[in-house]
Design a protein around this ligand. Structure first.
Ligand code: PEP
Ligand code: MN
Length: 264
């Protein structure tokens, strides 16, 4: 990644006076649920709407996403609210369908980043795209695997890149769902200072009462943005219920966060 300087310029397009905020449900569940959340997030600090429609679950038997039909709901939400739309892609077929439905941002999940063949397949399907592509850290605390994924995307000519720090699995129980291991993301940031670094406090904490604290920690560390799972009825969410917050709580969180100024 010799010329990584240009990688972060897409962030300027948002002309933000605050960190980039990506929000929306863990999973798209119904058309009404998607539209209701998107309407609530319109005219807020949120620029990009997220919703998983293909959900890689660690164990079988959980809700694995609504699939392709969810892309139509996201297109409707985009037309109505003007928010950019983001989905997780885990293979070339997901990429093809997402591109056909004008999805703006594609992210690669933590369970996919661990698999170089899968990342390469996605990179090949995205060759030279001008879409924004965000790479989550791998589930395990391995900086090389995260960097390797990034290099595969960069080598495929994808220029609007960013990374999402969602914490790392440990066998030991900690107060986090996924241990942040901040130093790993900071080391990556030191190698590519122009690469947008986005914190995912929802998957780091796994619980809504810690979202504020971890979001603030990220901003204190100069992160460029946050991705926060948001649902109008969090306790009834079909996936990741304990960590989702309401749009009202999200808007309050954005008010309460203290953003580091250049002069600080
Ligand atoms: C998600 O964003 O809902 C998700 C599945 O996240 P991760 O890949 O970080 O586990
Ligand atoms: Mn989730």
């Amino acid at each position: 990644m010799e010329n990584s300087k240009a990688l972060g310029t897409w962030l300027d397009d948002f002309k933000l006076s605050h960190p980039l905020v990506i929000a929306g449900p863990c999973s798209a569940e119904t058309e009404e649920q998607v539209l209701e959340i998107a309407r609530e997030l319109k005219n807020s600090d949120v620029s990009i709407f997220r919703a998983g429609i293909w959900k890689p679950r660690t164990r079988p038997g959980g809700f694995e996403g609504v699939g392709e039909i969810g892309l139509n709901w996201l297109q409707k939400a985009k037309e109505e609210t003007g928010l950019l739309m983001a989905v997780e892609v885990a293979n070339a077929q997901h990429v093809k369908l997402a591109l056909e439905h004008n999805i703006d941002v594609l992210w690669i999940g933590a369970r996919t980043t661990v698999n170089p063949f899968a990342v390469q397949e996605i990179a090949d399907a995205l060759q030279n795209t001008d879409k924004i592509v965000l790479l989550k850290n791998p589930v395990n605390p391995d900086l090389s695997l995260w960097l390797g994924g990034l290099e595969r995307l960069y080598n495929a000519g994808i220029k609007k890149l960013g990374v999402i720090h969602r914490g790392f699995s440990t066998y030991e129980k900690t107060k986090y769902r996924n241990n942040p291991e901040w130093q790993i993301a900071i080391e990556l940031q030191s190698k590519f200072p122009d690469l947008p670094l986005i914190c995912d406090p929802s998957h780091i904490t796994g619980r809504r009462d810690m979202i504020q604290e971890v979001s603030q920690q990220a901003l204190d560390l100069n992160y460029d943005g946050l991705i926060i799972e948001t649902h109008c009825n969090p306790d009834k969410a079909w996936s990741d219920a304990p960590q989702q917050i309401t749009p009202t709580a999200l808007k309050q969180l954005c008010v309460d966060l203290k953003v580091r100024k250049e002069s600080d």
